[in-house]
Design a protein around this ligand. Sequence first.
Ligand code: 5GP
Ligand code: MG
Length: 176
Amino acid sequence: KVKTILMDEKAMSRAIRRIAHEIIERNKGLDNMLLVGIHTRGVPLAKRLAVELAAIEGIPVPVYDLDISAYRDDHRKNSINTVSSGQNRFDADGRTIVLVDDVLFTGRTVRSALNAIMELGRPRFIELAVLVDRGHRELPIRADYVGKNVPTSRHEDISVQLSEVDGCNQVVLREE
Ligand code: 5GP
Ligand code: MG
């Protein structure tokens, strides 16, 4: 059942815009940058970030789609594809890669994503952006950019709804 609305549409778009500014500030621009969205909802979030980045700096930032479930389940059948051109894989050498996901929890998905990316070369930096950090990390992983920190208990669940996937934009705290 729904407990609280954590972010409405406005709060969500403000958070994404703020993160875009933080990315530009920390990296002093967008040189050599790639966004990699983690399937499913990290991908539309990465696309929205790319739109904001382009609006601020006037430079297009490529967006890739990383499906980590395959990587976790049957070892190294990961796929990284550009969202726009369908181009398979990229040269990670020297790049600044911003990984994007909806929710950061134990950190295990991000760890797998790091493995998948490292197989494509040697990035200069990998940074992590998440819409929600719900705590409960099991690995030494943290996000560089956070839309909202939400302390949760383990039996709670964050429902992230994005118009591209779910038909509306909000983040809701649920209890089973
Ligand atoms: P982790 O691997 O850090 O344990 O979990 C993060 C991954 O699982 C993310 O890809 C995220 O989509 C999903 N996830 C974990 N917990 C939640 C949650 O409470 N709500 C949503 N929407 N996704 C979650
Ligand atoms: Mg996910």
